[in-house]
Design a protein around this ligand. Structure first.
Ligand code: ADP
Length: 179
């Protein structure tokens, strides 16, 4: 099964992608996770991507497309995949359509104000990328990862002003796609 999940940040793509990945037995490929791992590991890609990510901007297409292309060629993706966070714009969608065929594209929708609430309550574990929400999915001990005990952080791109800017860009992109 080759699936793409679309939706604004905070719609729950990551959570649904994890569930589908376990259910279908195919890997979840999150471009956000791969990029964050590169930033943590200080790779050349991470160094180039960091400033864009911290300010909520998209990482340039050539970097993200090459990275995704490589990931899709790995053996575990042969039987299928769930793409989470890619494509994010038309150039990426066109590149993807040249790379592989898809079985389905699922687009998640949420009201803009609900998205703001969800994003600003998000807390993540910097070590294993587990995602929590202070109201909807709190860790057992406040501020601590259930799985590995690491103190949770707020991602730089989850600050309310950045979230609002990202939502606006997303809504404008959807409007442009409809036109
Ligand atoms: P969220 O969980 O907020 O939707 P992600 O974890 O998918 O965000 O991505 C975090 C950041 O990584 C994005 O703000 C962006 O800078 C970068 N990123 C992830 N996927 C892409 C992509 N397909 N194209 C460009 N940048 C991306």
């Amino acid at each position: 099964m080759r699936l793409v999940l679309l939706g604004p940040p905070g719609a729950g793509k990551g959570t649904q992608a994890e569930k589908l990945s376990a259910y279908l037995g195919v890997p979840r490929i999150s471009t956000g996770d791969i990029l964050r791992r590169n930033v943590t590991d200080n790779t050349p890609l991470g160094e180039k991507a960091k400033a864009y990510m911290d300010s909520g901007q998209l990482v340039p297409d050539d970097l993200v497309i090459t990275m995704t292309e490589r990931r899709l060629k790995e053996p575990d993706a042969k039987k299928g995949f769930i793409l989470d966070g890619f494509p994010r714009n038309i150039a990426q969608a066109e590149a993807l359509s040249k790379l592989t065929k898809l079985d389905a594209v699922v687009s998640l929708f949420l009201e803009p104000e609900d998205l703001i609430k969800r994003n600003t309550g998000r807390r993540v574990c910097p070590k294993d990328d587990t995602v929590y929400h202070i109201l909807m999915n709190p860790p057992k001990k406040p501020g601590i990862c259930d799985k590995c005990g690491t103190p949770l952080i707020i991602r730089a791109d989850d600050r309310e002003d950045v979230v609002r800017m990202i939502e606006e860009i997303f809504l404008r992109t959807i409007e442009a796609l409809k036109a």
